[in-house]
Design a protein around this ligand. Structure first.
Ligand code: MN
Length: 207
């Protein structure tokens, strides 16, 4: 993953309205151009002139407990949103295929059982945070949830691994359309998942 210094703020991989009707255009615009951009700007400022400036993000996250909260919150905020935008698309959803589909069946019993576990991780995260599907050091899949802008790369995460699917459950991700109905947003998220991207990340995590 990219070095921190001189990293460019990625373009959104689709138009603001591409995720309609599941996530409305105004939510995507505010989320990307203000929230995500602020995390990016703030992490650049937080590392400037410090020992973390020349690290790549993954190395940073693996030792995040040693660094200031501003680096943890904004570095996580920046990368988590990169993963989130990439793992959605217009006309997404459905189910994965190939090796990832087999691993999901083997680990969780079925795709539906995985969906329930992942959805519950998002729905039951108190306050702000994320739900994740990740690959652990043994190459096994697991579902987890992290608070705030933490992620499974971080040494502070309850269970560590390589995230391959991330779902933002901060209110800013859904409040305009869904208000307090987070479960409705979680259900809608499944109609947007880009399983090709998730499968590619799965293969990369194993290699
Ligand atoms: Mn967000």
């Amino acid at each position: 993953m990219a070095a921190i210094k001189n990293t460019e703020f990625q373009a959104l991989p689709y138009a603001y309205n591409a995720l309609e009707p599941f996530i409305d255009a105004l939510t995507v615009e505010i989320h990307y151009s203000r929230h995500h951009k602020a995390y990016f700007d703030n992490v650049q400022n937080a590392v400037k002139g410090t020992e973390t400036e020349n690290l790549d993000f993954i190395s940073l996250f693996k030792n995040i407990s040693k660094y200031p909260a501003a680096v943890r919150n904004n570095g996580g905020g920046y990368i988590n949103h990169v993963l989130y935008w990439e793992n959605m698309k217009a006309n997404g959803g459905g189910t994965p295929s190939g090796a990832l589909a087999e691993a999901i069946d083997k680990t969780f019993g079925s795709f539906e059982a995985f969906k329930t576990q992942f959805s519950d991780a998002g729905k039951t995260r108190f306050g702000s945070g994320w739900a994740w599907l990740s690959v652990d050091a043994e190459g096994k899949l697991f579902v987890s949830s992290t608070p705030n802008q933490d992620n499974p790369y971080m040494d502070v995460a309850e269970k560590q691994g390589t995230p391959i699917l991330g779902m933002d459950v901060w209110e800013h991700a859904y409040y305009l359309k869904y208000q307090n109905k987070r479960p409705d947003y979680v259900e809608a998220f499944f109609s947007l998942i880009n399983w090709d991207v998730v499968s590619k990340r799965y293969q990369e995590a194993l290699s």
